[in-house]
Design a protein around this ligand. Structure first.
Ligand SMILES: Nc1ncnc2c1ncn2[C@@H]1O[C@H](COP(=O)(O)OP(=O)(O)O)[C@@H](O)[C@H]1O
Ligand SMILES: [Mg+2]
Length: 308
């Protein structure tokens, strides 16, 4: 796999001495959707701001498509589109002019057919002559995406694209991101919504306190770290877990009515049939049971906890 963005030993200390990034190493693969997941203040915006040349790194290097972002700034910047976290748009320009102007800033020849298609893809074609201040928040966000794509970049950074966006619009945004990926654009989005990473990312990077704690294929991550739990409700409360059930390391609820068994769902031997039999043999009566799958959220919370 080819790395379209290669980040090596990247650190950032702001002028006030704050160390916002600590030795980050990351290869972004061409054509993927990578979600950078982390709580507020983790360093997500700092990281993408460095890649886009908005903030200078203190140490380390970033290569975009084989070119150094400092030495070949104009070239690497032209390959990148960025949708910032804040809505930053003029008020009186029209949608059409905003996109054409932005394209011009990158020294690209006008291409009305491309801008037209882009506006259609963003469901903004009917609004092409509207002034920005007349648009809804969701439309403004789509204009920002249009602006970021106006110069035909191959890499798109979306900084918290759905923060404060309602559920319907969030789904539209995810669809748009998928369509862009299909057209060959590499997409990096930052989010503190686990749900978002779980929904659309191919790979997930977890960032906390300026460190990239891990990066992995989303499915592999959930496969490796995801556990299942079986919750067994008993007919009558017990004081303690019967000794003969010790091999399953069950947890007993405070009221004595519920046993929880945590197991690896990918193991060939989950131990469930034997456990159910042993429960009967121990003289307990099973009232009900259900199983739950740990989500990316549980994994994320556990990762952050183990870092502390
Ligand atoms: N210009 C700056 N000067 C000093 N500290 C900053 C500056 N910008 C961001 N920070 C700090 O760096 C940390 C990471 O910020 P940021 O990259 O915006 O995190 P995130 O996007 O993950 O919420 C935060 O603690 C933030 O307060
Ligand atoms: Mg941020």
């Amino acid at each position: 796999m080819q790395a379209i963005v290669a980040i090596s030993n990247l650190s950032k200390t702001y002028a006030n001495g704050y160390n916002a990034l600590k030795d980050v190493n990351l290869d972004i693969i061409s054509g993927e959707i990578l979600a950078l997941l982390g709580p507020n203040g983790a360093g997500k915006t700092t990281l993408i701001s460095i890649i886009c040349g908005i903030v200078n790194a203190s140490e380390g290097s970033v290569m975009v498509d084989g070119h150094d972002i400092v030495r070949d700034y104009r070239l690497t910047r032209s390959l990148i589109g960025i949708v910032p976290q804040e809505l930053t748009l003029g008020a009186f320009d029209t949608v059409w002019n905003t996109l054409c102007f932005s394209r011009g800033l990158y020294g690209m020849k006008p291409n009305p057919a491309y801008i037209e298609q882009l506006l259609k893809d963003l469901s903004l074609w009917e609004k092409k002559d509207s002034v920005l201040m007349s648009l809804s928040g969701g439309m403004k966000r789509r204009v920002l995406i249009g602006k970021a794509l106006s110069h035909e970049p191959s890499i798109l950074f979306l900084d918290e694209p759905t923060a404060g966006v309602d559920v319907g619009l969030r789904k539209d945004m995810w669809q748009l991101v998928r369509r862009l990926r299909e057209s060959g654009v590499t997409i990096i989005l930052t989010t503190h919504y686990i749900e978002e990473a779980e929904e659309i990312a191919d790979r997930v990077g977890i960032i906390d306190g300026g460190r990239l704690i891990l990066v992995d294929d989303k499915r592999a991550l959930m496969h490796k770290l995801g556990k299942k739990q079986m919750i067994i409700e008993l007919d009558e409360a017990v004081d303690q877990v019967p000794a003969m059930l010790a091999p399953w390391s069950l947890e007993l609820s405070v009221d004595g009515c519920r046993l929880t068994y945590t197991y690896d769902p990918h193991s060939s031997h989950t131990g469930i049939p034997d456990l159910l039999q042993a429960i009967g043999a121990a003289g307990l009566t099973l009232k009900d049971f259900n199983t739950t799958q740990s989500s990316l959220e549980d994994i994320f919370v556990n990762m952050l906890k183990s870092q502390q």
